[in-house]
Design a protein. Structure first.
Length: 118
């Protein structure tokens, strides 16, 4: 689990837009991006919940490369989030952070940041 909020905030600040939308996405099938609090217990609980939902099954995809759980966990969390931009900054709640979750790694991952605004 990586908190990527700072890196994304820097991209937004350097873009020079005052209001709009910031889309953060990952072009991978076994990692996800989501917004939540990065508190250690919650991170542990998130990983445990995904594991509880996807483990212990005989998934058809496991016949290929034994990472169906990673694919399914990424499907549950999603590969993108949108954050509003106002005043040149992302609008996030007090405890909200943008987090990248690796479900089949470690691997090199790419994060795309797309901005739409004035």
């Amino acid at each position: 689990m990586l908190d990527i909020t700072g890196e994304v905030a820097e991209i937004v600040a350097n873009a020079g837009i005052s209001s709009g939308l910031c889309t953060i996405s990952v072009p991978h099938c076994t990692c996800a991006v989501y917004v939540n609090e990065p508190e250690e217990g919650l991170v542990h609980d998130t990983l445990a919940l995904i594991d509880e939902i996807v483990s212990g099954q005989e998934w058809h995809h496991d016949r290929i490369d034994h990472n169906a759980g990673a694919h399914l966990g990424a499907t549950l969390l999603g590969n993108s989030v949108q954050v509003p931009v106002e005043g040149g900054n992302m609008v996030l709640g007090t405890w909200q952070r943008i987090q990248l979750i690796e479900l089949d790694g470690p691997r090199h991952r790419r994060v795309n940041v797309t901005l739409l605004g004035d």
